[in-house]
Ligand binder design. Structure first.
Ligand code: HEM
Length: 214
């Protein structure tokens, strides 16, 4: 990748490949899941080759999403822990929404909104996995009592709702903060973008660069 003086690397090629495979899995899962949820969404089952294939493939794709998601999430866990600046940032949500970043406390690689998305996905994807395995016929459902399978089906719908709403917020925020999408397509951001939105992370990266190329 071409690295110029004006750019900072934000995501490796592996991170980006992982992220976009996960996004594709999520869309396929959400659409096929909606097809099972209500007849009004039945036509979405065709995204996986019709209702029979959708029913067979949905749980397997779910396992692929779980592996991809936790592989990526594990690499980012330290950066997503909340700190004292985050509380202040959330108190100043008015300044965030009005783009008055200069008034906000300094932020590391991720802002509190991104951290909330991260933890909401950690929780909802874990619940989707557990409830999904309990309902998965013909492999696992036979080991569980029927009332538990019914409860798992309710939990699966609630967790899917949380995950879908969270991803809608994630995509909206990625479009809203200009320059973000490029970090996940090309892997880099401009120094100005980093200093404006994630000044602590920018300083840390610039110091690391200076140490590498004195
Ligand atoms: C197609 C829709 C999607 C778009 C446009 C999108 C966009 C982005 C962008 C631009 C970033 C980088 C943000 C930054 O570094 O400041 C990012 C990070 C990330 N995305 Fe997505 N994304 C999408 C779908 C998903 C899905 C489906 C998931 C999970 C199921 C996901 C999970 C993540 C995670 C875990 C990060 C790393 C940030 C963190 O750890 O908080 N994304 N996404």
């Amino acid at each position: 990748m071409k690295v110029s003086r004006n750019r900072l690397i934000r995501y490796s090629p592996l991170d980006r490949a992982n992220h976009w495979s996960m996004a594709l899995m999520f869309v396929l899962l959400a659409l096929s899941g909606l097809a099972f949820f209500h007849p009004a969404f039945f036509f979405f089952s065709h995204t996986l080759g019709g209702p029979v294939w959708a029913r067979i493939l949905h749980p397997f794709l779910g396992v692929v999403l779980v592996l991809l998601f936790y592989a990526m999430a594990a690499r980012h866990v330290r950066r997503n822990l909340f700190d004292r600046n985050d509380v202040q940032w959330m108190r100043q949500i008015d300044d965030v929404l009005n783009n008055r970043d200069e008034k906000l406390p300094k932020i590391g690689k991720y802002n509190p909104g991104q951290k909330l998305v991260y933890w909401a996905l950690i929780a909802s994807i874990a619940l989707l996995l557990i409830s999904g395995v309990i309902m998965w016929r013909p492999w696992f459902a036979g080991y569980f009592p029927i009332p538990l399978i019914r409860f798992a089906s309710l939990l699966h719908a609630v967790a899917a709702f949380v995950a879908i709403v969270t991803i809608i917020v994630h995509v909206y925020a990625a479009i809203w903060v200009k320059g973000s999408i490029r970090s996940m397509t090309r892997g880099w951001v401009t120094r100005a973008w980093a200093r404006h939105h994630h000044s602590l992370w920018a300083r840390e990266q610039e110091e690391a660069q200076r140490r590498e190329q004195p």
